[in-house]
Design a protein around this ligand. Structure first.
Ligand SMILES: *Cc1c(COP(=O)(O)O)cnc(C)c1O
Length: 456
């Protein structure tokens, strides 16, 4: 007899993961190494340590340790808002009239409103551990900057955030949350950095981009004594920290004998998707189980589905190491869609390699269909989802509706990465019927890809 599945599954404190999982250790084909943009040689821990904390530089390049102990102080912080519940979407199943069983892992239960706090606290911890004064970063939609501000406040570290200018102006409340936690927030591009001044001179009146804010934050970190740069997605270290999502989800599934067939996550830089799927992927790579993994991205910024797998710059200013990834080109400026957290031109090198190996599939979805799914979900499950998260909801609903046709009793698990309270302008456009679906042309993408760095 299988156990009755409660609406929400919470792990006991004793069942919480005490180590993160590093999927690279189990991958046969490792992601291609990060390269020094000047020499085109693989970067070393020493080189990375000029930009990142030393311990994080080590995690970034670690391909051998499958498990990494989570320091006690981070475990203590996690206890304030974790475990995140694994929710059985009984109400959504009923509304869809599907034989599929739908579960979601909800990461929105903290003030930053997203999964980003899982890595923010880890990165702030290692900075503090190293005796640094503070950290610099960029934020697009604002979730990462908020999470980092909270983590820095907890550990008494200075926090300097370069916020993409259009977001700074459109989301004043996010900015104030960061400032309340003590962060210093600068709209990017700004005249406080050399690269910012250069970009402003070249593109006067620009409302900024993530790639450009990254360049400014990196410069600010390297020019101030006792500062390092931290990044909220894309990097291997972030995927490692976010594995807490998948480890908890897997423990909760195992506890109730739940066997997901399909696991779905939205993909911006790939951190929540990578974090959710990696422990399951580990089982698949070791031949212990099989799952279908689906990455969902916006049609307006389709790195996996229409990008190229190649070495590219991670930032507009070309100061970061080169990464081999599915990319639209570092000069690609996605249209102003409302899933701000999914607007990065590239993708985690680990997720890229898994996708290239055919271990993950990808789909891109239109903005209006994503908001329709968000509304449908909010009405029956109660949670107002972030636009980013709603990409996963959209595909979970599509899959569940397919099951309705075929009668298949599939088990679907998706990542609900956050809440959408700061995205009311987007919901307003949707409700007013003025939201548009922008899809870049092949020409636009080709033009941007023509500027990939030459590798010979
Ligand atoms: C940042 C963000 C994402 C996308 O980032 P990934 O690194 O791809 O996970 C998704 N959902 C929310 C709520 C976010 O804040």
């Amino acid at each position: 007899m299988s156990k009755t599945i409660p609406y929400k599954i919470y792990l006991e404190e004793s069942e919480l993961p005490k180590q993160w999982y590093n999927v690279k250790a189990d991958m046969k084909n490792k992601p291609a190494p990060l390269l020094n943009p000047a020499t085109k040689k693989p970067v070393t821990v020493e080189e990375l340590s000029h930009v990142f904390c030393t311990e994080l530089a080590k995690q970034e390049l670690d391909e051998t340790n499958a498990y990494i102990d989570i320091p006690q102080k981070i475990l203590d912080f996690y206890k304030m808002y974790r475990p995140a519940p694994l929710v059985r979407a009984y109400c959504l199943e009923k509304a869809l009239d599907t034989p599929a069983k739908i579960y979601y892992k909800f990461e929105g239960n903290n003030t930053s409103g997203s999964h980003k706090l899982n890595s923010a606290i880890a990165q702030a911890y290692y900075a503090k551990q190293q005796g640094l004064k503070g950290v610099t970063t960029e934020t697009g939609a604002g979730q990462w900057g908020t999470a980092l501000s909270m983590a820095c406040a907890y550990l008494d570290l200075d926090c300097q955030v370069y916020m993409v200018k259009c977001s700074y102006e459109q989301k004043p409340f996010r900015r104030e949350v960061m400032r309340t936690y003590g962060a210093n927030v600068t709209p990017s591009p700004s005249d406080t950095t050399e690269v910012g001044r250069k970009i402003l001179a070249e593109f006067p009146g620009t409302t900024g981009s993530l790639g450009c804010a990254i360049s400014e934050a990196v410069e600010a970190a390297t020019k101030q004594e006792g500062y390092r740069y931290v990044l909220g997605s894309v990097l291997n270290q972030v995927l490692i920290h976010q594995s807490i999502i998948g480890l908890e989800a897997m423990a909760a599934c195992d506890k109730y004998d739940i066997k997901p067939d399909t696991i779905i996550g939205c993909a911006g830089g790939g951190s929540n998707l990578g974090g959710l799927i990696s422990p399951f992927m580990g089982r698949k790579l070791r031949g212990e189980a099989d799952y279908e993994f689906i990455a969902v991205e916006p049609m307006s910024c389709p790195s996996l589905t229409r990008g190229k797998y190649a070495y590219d710059f991670c930032d507009t200013g070309k100061v970061c190491p080169l990464a081999k990834m599915y990319t639209l080109g570092s000069g690609f400026i996605p249209s102003a869609n409302h899933a701000g957290g999914l607007r990065y031109h590239g993708m985690s090198s680990t997720v890229s390699q898994l996708y290239d190996d055919g271990l993950i599939t990808a789909r891109s979805v239109e903005q209006t269909s994503v908001f329709a799914a968000a509304q449908q979900f909010a009405k029956v499950e109660g949670i107002l989802p972030a636009p980013e998260s709603s990409h996963a909801i959209k595909v979970a609903i599509d899959e569940a509706l397919k099951c309705k046709e075929t009668g298949e009793e599939k088990t679907i698990l998706f990542g609900l990465t956050g809440t959408g309270y700061f995205d009311m302008v987007a919901y307003q456009r949707f409700n007013d019927g003025t939201m548009s679906d922008y899809i870049p042309t092949d020409e636009e993408i080709a033009k941007s890809l023509a500027k990939l760095p030459k590798m010979d």
